[in-house]
Design a protein around this ligand. Structure first.
Ligand SMILES: [Zn+2]
Length: 238
């Protein structure tokens, strides 16, 4: 089924909030038991981003922009909790979503996100392609193509004063992959890659950034607990 695309569409208030915490409220219907079992998803109403943002004193409507590294289900859960936000991602990743590629979860997009997509660019960032984001609030945010895990997978680089933070998404699952191709997780990473040759090339780029620009760039991923902020609450296990 084709998914909604830009431009922004009219939405009623009721429709905007119909999906609030939908994955937590109805995980079997929204995600399906088999994917829940495979991925090991856990559901607790206190955990989703929208709840964590509220605990910081913000409203969900304060979230105006979301930057997606890629659209796998473990990265898009909760997207419907921010229906007013513009969702920025590479044009390649958006195309795979709209094509209905089997790795993505259509229920995560039925609220009709406002997409903003980015094509290839000649701009460079530490030797890598950089796609400047078109939001005034994102003047210091770049999409950095790190293809392979998915065909439109990008890192998100955020300037913080004199340094950059590069969120690598799933370019690696564990940071140890940067130093060895023999890590046991490499087999899973290869299996999950839409293009494993590109995935390994992206890993080499990241290893170079760590070697040559450690003082300029902090690199962190999404799945490696050792990279989580120390004050972060550990994920519940039940
Ligand atoms: Zn992924």
């Amino acid at each position: 089924m084709p998914l909604p695309s830009t431009p922004k569409r009219q939405r009623t208030g009721a429709r905007r909030h119909r999906h609030r915490l939908a994955d937590v409220a109805a995980p079997i219907e929204r995600i399906g038991q088999s994917l829940i079992d495979i991925a090991g998803f856990r559901f607790n109403e206190a955990d989703p981003s929208v709840r964590q943002i509220e605990r910081l004193g913000f409203r969900p409507s304060n979230v105006t922009d979301v930057f997606l590294t890629h659209a796998d289900p473990d990265h898009t859960g909760g997207l419907a909790d921010f229906p007013e936000a513009t969702v920025h991602l590479s044009i390649e990743e958006h195309a795979r979503v709209t094509e209905g590629h089997a790795r993505y979860l259509p229920s995560h997009f039925t609220h009709g996100p406002t997409w903003r997509t980015y094509p290839a660019s000649f701009d460079r960032w530490f030797g890598l392609e950089a796609r400047s984001l078109a939001s005034a609030r994102a003047a210091n945010v770049l999409l950095i193509p790190l293809f392979g895990h998915t065909l439109g997978h990008c890192g998100v680089a955020v300037r913080q004063e004199k340094r950059w933070v590069l969120h690598v998404g799933d370019a690696y699952y564990l940071r140890a992959e940067l130093s060895t191709a023999e890590h046991p997780i490499a087999a899973l990473a290869a299996q999950m890659a839409d293009d494993d040759s590109l995935r390994r090339e992206s890993l080499r780029h990241l290893a170079r950034l760590v070697d040559e620009h450690a003082s300029d760039i902090e690199i962190l991923g999404y799945h490696d607990f050792t990279e989580f902020p120390s004050q972060a609450a550990p994920m519940r296990s039940r």
